[in-house]
Design a protein around this ligand. Structure first.
Ligand code: 1YM
Length: 653
């Protein structure tokens, strides 16, 4: 463009001054760093050129002078945008000594400086307008129909190739801009995607009720070579209400009510408009705009909408007793389920925040939105009780579903006890060491035994997990529903391995898993249950030799200061004989009766205790016993009890 400097002709004797040089430097800056002005030089940036030009036409429409905008994709991916507005002014602008239209297309940021329509920010991503498009186009032509004449000027890569001139007469008014994106800049592609343009133009047509936008594709079909026009006419008198209906039509769900709720508020120059429609679906579709720019990251208008919606619906539900005094309030997620909402605000001093500048920052807009919602939405609900009822019912079921899902998630977390850092069971008195080659877990029957074990243990490496309550009958058949089993879940969590398919021996938190139960029928129950459970759900634990049975003594044989502990009757008798007369014998009724110190000495001290290592054989036997005890067949159960008559009196089957 260096060679074209001479084409920027000063008008009517004005000197070639500093501002002209600024213009050239400005355009050069745009071509050097196009990303700064249009976001990218990829497909997005390319389409952005169209939006920039269309935005000016939309501004003209918002100012009330234009109602039809035509966008044509011509063969060769040339874009032509036409409007029927006043036409860009052609009179000489004093400061530059150039026609205003020339300034618009050559001076960076010129767009907003001429006053005019109030919401000039509508210029897409950065709002820099026509001069940027011009700078990034191999050529651009502008035609202005105004005062009975057609004006024309052509530019190449932003620089005028001739002065603005009159090329004929006309009886219409408006502006026509035709340009070709520069492939030197848009190195990926200069080919437009019809649907991308359609989506954006449709959005603009919704946001600016009444404006008609026609999109036409006149490019040759790549395969057939024929020109097969594709055209969409976008024209929505209903504005953002129509937008909600359109968004609904893209879903499988149905509307909860026929009409779209419409809310509007105004203060000074600021306007807020909200359209909302509940549907039978479950997803939420809230989209917000500020000055027709999609605020993808929300902002004050969107947050205020969400907060107010929750408040208004809760208030309504309470007022009409659909929420009782004891019921918790609905949450944001509840009131947003199945909601389609479009929020559009217009303001003169929009502040866009965040990395992408797609978040509205003006706080007073939030206040305006809240005020409008409180008043209009409350009014609407009160004057449409059947719709209000349908909405509250929908919100109520969302709330119930959310609570259920929450419970399910908690259960799921308990299930996946081997994964990640899981909260250990409350009853577990864990050991200090995390060296799982030497740590031990004692699974103890009953709280009182658990108490002695806790006091007696060496807490450096011994952990205690008490299990309590009756096992077998209460738990009948529930071993298959291990997940919900309140006795087995703590075991699974404490072990850390997970169960079944997800069992992972490397996650085992202890070297030895020791079942410590009384030698009576309840002790037998708990042993059977645990061994069956390990056998069925974590056989590897047994195969790798991690499971043990503690052997608490049954008798204390005493003579003077000498104490001996016997683990069965034969041993007891042998001790009596050995000590020779005057012995006292005490039978331990259960672990719970043993003092902590004694439990340590006899059963838990690794230097003196005896333990049985459980084999797969033992576990299989336990499983068989369990099946008999739990099975539906009465006869084998009766026989088992007979065969094990010494337990029969206690068994409660
Ligand atoms: C196809 C693109 O740019 N239309 C358009 C732009 C302008 C006007 C009308 C316009 C604005 C004003 C007064 C005003 C612009 N004018 C300027 C500037 N279509 C398209 N249509 N008269 C006409 O804002 O006061 C910038 S854009 F600065 F020259 F006034």
């Amino acid at each position: 463009m260096e060679n074209n400097e001479n084409n920027l002709q000063p008008q009517s004797g004005a000197e070639y001054d500093a501002s002209s040089i600024q213009v050239l430097e400005g355009l050069e800056a745009v071509r050097k760093r196009p990303g700064m002005y249009i976001g990218s030089t990829g497909e997005r940036g390319l389409h952005h050129l169209v939006y920039e030009i269309v935005d000016n036409a939309i501004d003209e429409a918002l100012a009330g002078y234009c109602d039809h905008i035509e966008v044509d994709i011509l063969p060769g991916d040339i874009i032509r945008v036409r409007d029927n507005g006043r036409g860009i002014p052609v009179d000489i602008q004093k400061k530059m000594g150039l026609p205003a239209v020339t300034v618009v297309f050559t001076v960076l940021h010129a767009g907003g400086k001429f006053g005019g329509s109030g919401y000039k920010v509508s210029g897409g991503l950065h709002g820099v307008g026509s001069s940027v498009v011009n700078a990034l186009s191999t050529y651009l032509e502008v035609e202005v129909d105004k005062d009975g004449k057609r004006y024309y000027q052509k530019f190449e890569r932003g620089v005028p190739v001739e002065d603005l001139k009159v090329i004929g007469d006309t009886d219409r008014t408006g502006t026509i801009v035709t340009f070709k994106a520069d492939p030197e800049i848009f190195t990926d592609t200069t080919s437009y995607d019809y649907d991308t343009l359609l989506t954006r133009l449709r959005e603009q047509a919704f946001l600016n009720a009444g404006i008609k936008i026609t999109l036409t594709d006149q490019r040759k079909d790549a395969q057939s070579g024929s020109i097969e026009e594709r055209q969409d006419v976008l024209h929505y008198e209903g504005g953002i209400k129509s937008y909600c209906e359109f968004l609904l039509s893209k879903k499988r769900s149905e509307a909860l009510s026929d009409d779209v709720i419409y809310i509007r508020g105004e203060k000074g120059d600021a306007i807020v408009e909200i359209a909302m429609l509940y549907n039978t679906g479950y997803d939420t579709n809230i989209i917000s705009f500020a000055n027709n720019i999609h605020t993808v990251d929300g902002g004050t208008h969107e947050s205020a909408f969400k907060t107010s919606l929750t408040r208004v619906i809760n208030n309504y539900a309470r007022q009409f007793k659909m929420l009782k005094d004891n019921d918790a309030n609905f949450k944001g997620d509840d009131v947003q389920e199945g909601l389609i909402a479009v929020i559009s605000v217009k303001l003169t001093d929009a502040q866009f925040e965040g990395q992408t500048k797609a978040k509205l920052g003006n706080t007073y807009i939030g206040t305006l939105v809240s005020g409008a919602m409180s008043k209009d939405l409350t009014d609407y609900l009160e004057s449409n009780p059947s719709i209000a009822k349908a909405i509250v019912n929908k919100v109520m079921s969302a709330s119930t579903a959310r609570e259920k899902a929450q419970k399910a998630r908690e259960l799921e977390r308990a299930k996946n006890s081997g994964i990640g850092r899981t909260r250990m069971p409350d009853k577990l008195a864990d050991c200090i060491s995390r060296d799982n080659t030497r740590t031990e877990l004692y699974i103890v029957e009953g709280d009182s035994a658990g108490g002695s074990a806790k006091v007696g243990r060496d807490s450096n490496f011994q952990a205690i997990l008490p299990l309590w309550g009756k096992m077998l009958n209460v738990e009948k058949a529930r071993i298959d529903k291990v997940y919900g089993n309140e006795k087995l879940t703590p075991v699974v969590i404490a072990l850390g391995t997970g169960i079944g398919d997800t069992f992972d021996i490397t996650k085992l938190r202890y070297d030895k898993v020791i079942i410590m139960a009384d030698a009576d029928v309840d002790g037998a129950h708990i042993r059977t249950l645990l061994l069956t459970f390990f056998f069925r759900y974590m056989p590897q634990l047994i195969e790798t030799g991690h499971v043990y049975l503690a052997q608490p003594p049954l008798f204390e044989v005493r003579k003077g200061k000498i104490k001996k502990y016997a683990y069965d009757e034969a041993q007891r008798d042998a001790f009596i004989k050995e000590l020779g007369g005057n012995t006292t014998v005490q039978r331990f009724k259960g672990l719970g009766e043993m003092k902590a110190e004694l439990l340590w000495e006899t059963t838990m001290d690794p230097d003196f205790r005896t333990m049985l290592k459980v084999t797969m054989d033992d576990a299989q036997k336990a499983d068989a016993v369990f099946s008999v005890l739990m099975g539906d067949e009465v006869e084998p159960r009766r026989k088992f009890i007979e065969d094990n008559a010494q337990y029969a009196e206690d068994l409660d089957i």
